[in-house]
Design a protein around this ligand. Structure first.
Ligand code: GAL
Ligand code: CA
Length: 343
C-alpha cells in the first residue's frame, strides 16, 4: 500500500517536472529575423541564405534560443520589397536584413525601420552612403567590390607573366577581351569591371576591349551574348572577364556548344567561387575565380544581429567600420589552390 502511494507520488512529481520542462520550452526566447532578397533565384544569394539557415541552427544551439528566419523574394521589384519590409515590421521582426533591389532606394526602408525601432542590415547590394547614415542602426555587410576586380585582374596578370603566348593567341602583344557585366548601377558590376582592367593596365599589359554587355549576373543571357561575340570576333577573343561565375559559365557554355576544345577557348575568369564554378575550374574550362565569402557574410549578419539584440556596441564586438560597415575579404581561387578552397 505504502509502496503504491510512493509510486503514485513519483509519477505526479515526474509529470510536474515534465510540465515545468514544457513551460520552460515555451519560454525559450525567440528571435525573428526577416530576410528580403532582390531575387531568390540568384545563385550566389541562394548560397548566402543556405549558410544563414545552417548558421542560425548552430547559433540556436549555442545560445539556447530559437531563431525564426523569414525569407522573402522581391523578384526584382523594389515596390514588392518595400511591402515585404512593411509586413516584417508589422509581424514584429527583431531585425530585418535587406538585399535591396535598387541600391539607391534604401532611404525609404531605413526610415520605416527607424520609425519601428528595428535595426536594418543591408547586405550584398550596397546602399549609397548618405542613406546608411540616416540612422545609427542601419548597417551594411558586404565585400569591397574593387578588391574582387583587382584579384580577378591579378589572376590574368599572373598567367600573362608566366606564358604570354598562351593568352595572346594572335601574337600582337595586346590582350583582346570582352567584358560580361552584372546589372547596370550595381557596385559589384561597376567596380569589378573597372579594377580588373586597371590591374592589367597598371602592370603594363596593353589591352583592347572588343565589347562589353550587361548580362545581369545571368548564365543564360551570357551564353546568348557570347554566341554572338563568337560569330562576330571568333578567335580574336583572348580573354573573357565576367563579373560573376554564372556569366563566366554562360560564356563557357557558348564555347562548348561551338565545339571549341579547352585549348581553343579564351582565358575565362569569374567571381564568387560557386560550386559549379569550382567544378569548371577543376575541369579546366574556367581559369580562375574570386571567392565571395557567402558563409562569412551570413556569419557577419548573425553576429551583428546577436550583438544588437544583446545590447552590445557592434562597433566594438563585431568590428564595424565607420559605425555602419562590416567588410568581408575576397580571396583568389585558381587550380593551384583549389584543394584549399574549402568547398
Ligand atoms: C554579387 C555576386 C553576383 C550576384 C550579385 C547580386 O556580389 O557576385 O553573383 O549574386 O551579387 O547582387
Ligand atoms: Ca592579342
Amino acid at each position: 500500500m505504502k509502496k503504491a502511494v510512493l509510486t503514485a507520488a513519483a509519477v505526479v512529481l515526474a509529470v510536474l517536472a515534465l510540465l515545468a520542462g514544457c513551460g520552460k520550452e515555451q519560454e525559450t526566447p525567440t528571435v525573428r529575423i526577416g530576410v528580403a532578397l532582390y531575387q531568390q533565384e540568384d545563385t550566389f544569394l541562394s548560397t548566402v541564405v543556405q549558410n544563414l539557415e545552417q548558421l542560425a541552427r548552430a547559433e540556436e544551439q549555442a545560445r539556447g534560443i530559437k531563431i525564426n528566419l523569414n525569407v522573402t523574394d522581391a523578384r526584382g521589384s523594389q515596390s514588392a520589397q518595400n511591402e515585404q519590409v512593411d509586413t516584417f515590421l508589422q509581424q514584429g521582426c527583431d531585425v530585418i536584413c535587406v538585399n535591396l533591389v535598387d541600391r539607391t532606394a534604401a532611404a525609404v526602408i531605413v526610415d520605416k525601420a527607424q520609425a519601428a525601432g528595428v535595426p536594418v542590415i543591408f547586405f550584398n547590394r550596397e546602399p549609397v552612403e548618405e542613406d546608411l547614415e540616416r540612422w545609427e542602426k542601419a548597417y551594411y555587410v558586404g565585400t569591397p567590390a574593387e578588391e574582387a576586380g583587382r584579384l580577378q585582374g591579378g589572376i590574368v596578370l599572373d598567367a600573362w607573366k608566366k606564358d604570354p603566348a598562351a593568352l595572346d593567341k594572335n601574337g600582337d602583344g595586346i590582350l583582346q577581351y570582352v567584358m560580361l557585366e552584372g546589372e547596370p548601377g550595381h557596385q559589384d558590376a561597376l567596380l569589378r569591371t573597372e579594377y580588373s582592367v586597371k590591374t592589367l593596365m597598371t602592370a603594363g599589359v596593353t589591352t583592347e576591349k572588343l565589347d562589353n554587355y550587361n548580362a545581369d549576373w545571368q548564365r543564360g543571357l551570357a551564353t546568348v551574348r557570347m554566341q554572338q561575340w563568337l560569330e562576330e570576333f571568333g578567335e580574336r577573343i583572348e580573354l573573357v572577364f565576367a563579373n560573376n561565375d554564372d556569366m563566366a559559365l554562360g560564356a563557357i557554355d557558348a564555347c562548348l556548344e561551338a565545339g571549341m576544345t579547352r585549348e581553343e577557348m579564351p582565358f575565362i575568369v569569374g567571381v564568387d567561387a560557386t560550386p559549379p564554378a569550382l567544378k569548371a575550374l577543376e575541369e579546366g574550362t574556367l581559369q580562375g575565380t574570386v571567392r565571395n565569402d557567402a558563409a562569412g557574410q551570413a556569419q557577419g549578419i548573425l553576429n551583428l544581429t546577436c550583438a544588437l539584440l544583446d545590447g552590445q556596441d557592434p562597433v566594438k564586438t563585431v568590428g564595424l567600420e565607420d559605425g555602419h560597415y562590416l567588410w568581408l575579404t575576397y580571396t583568389t581561387v585558381t587550380r593551384e589552390n583549389l584543394p584549399d578552397a574549402g568547398t
